[in-house]
Write a protein that binds this ligand. Structure first.
Ligand code: NAP
Length: 257
């Protein structure tokens, strides 16, 4: 039986999609997010459809103690994870000067610190299992985004961290991927409070997962997969453009100033 996959952000969108795909592949899953009712419903669905175990951990990742508590809970239940998908995350559409300080702190805590510390907690088990680490980053991490400054900065961090881990774990058998979707049809934009930065055609969760598993199943996966050809071109252009030009273009694209 393949090992268990821990998935944060499993109550919605891309995280729920990963849970469904991994369960369909015969993996036990550990579903992490705040909304316990959603997680319980998904767990029941997956247990019914596939002969797997689905464990629900209702956790608020803004709690600095959450990553260690998740690791301790897994150990206590005798679950040795073979995979970790860090999908929990959110953005805030706002000029930085107008941002609520508590929301900024929560965004950095969930997108950056919780992801980093949960990865650190579980990485020895993931390596031992020759398993998989997927950090859900974003196309937004390829360049700064005025109007979404904190979110884009958190995703630049996620991609950078994941690439370094990819290199550090070369030769261990662990598969490491920073997944960078562009706009995707989930609850993300409702939570962020605006759709103005939904640039270009949106993908479905299934589109994103098809690309993710195409990358993960390849014999020598790259550290980063940007979802969609147009997003790959845009990301490349942003990386090679002069700084002032890319900020000008990004500000206009997302409706920032
Ligand atoms: N949708 C897009 O256009 C897009 C594009 C690029 C990257 N992404 C990234 O994809 C990932 C998944 O987002 P999504 O599009 O699937 O959005 P979503 O439907 O809003 O899902 C976000 C998930 O994060 C969880 N979460 C948020 N705050 C949390 C907290 N404090 N503690 C625990 N869990 C928390 C939510 O669960 P609860 O609310 O139940 O806690 C939910 O399961 C995010 O990292 C996002 O940045 C999304």
């Amino acid at each position: 039986m393949p090992g268990a996959i821990v998935i944060t952000g499993a109550s919605s969108g891309i995280g729920a999609g990963f849970a469904r795909r991994y369960a369909a592949r015969g993996h036990d899953v550990v579903l992490v997010a705040r909304r316990a009712d959603r997680l319980e419903a998904l767990a029941e669905e997956l247990r019914g459809l596939h002969r797997i175990d689905a464990t629900v951990l209702a956790v608020d990742l803004t709690d600095p103690a959450a990553p260690a508590a998740i690791a301790a809970e897994l150990a206590q239940r005798g679950i040795r994870p073979a995979g970790l998908v860090n999908s929990a995350g959110f953005g805030t559409a706002s000029a930085f000067a107008d941002e609520d300080a508590a929301r900024v702190a929560a965004e950095v805590q969930v997108n950056v610190l919780a992801l980093t510390l949960l990865t650190r907690e579980l990485l020895p088990d993931l390596i031992a299992a020759r398993g998989v680490l997927v950090n859900v980053s974003s196309n937004a991490g390829h360049q700064p985004l005025p109007g979404l400054a904190v979110y884009a900065a958190t995703k630049a961090y996620v991609t950078s961290l994941t690439e370094a881990i990819w290199q550090e774990t070369r030769g261990t058998g662990l598969t490491v991927l920073a997944l960078c979707p562009g706009p995707t049809e989930t609850e993300f934009f409702a939570v962020a409070g605006s759709e103005t930065f939904k640039v270009g055609a949106s993908k479905t969760v299934d589109d994103v997962l098809d690309e993710a598993f195409d990358a993960l199943d390849s014999s020598d996966p790259s550290p980063v997969r940007t979802v969609g050809a147009a997003n790959r071109v845009q990301g490349w252009v942003a990386r090679v453009s002069p700084r002032r030009l890319r900020l000008f273009v990004a500000a206009r694209a997302v409706g920032g100033s």
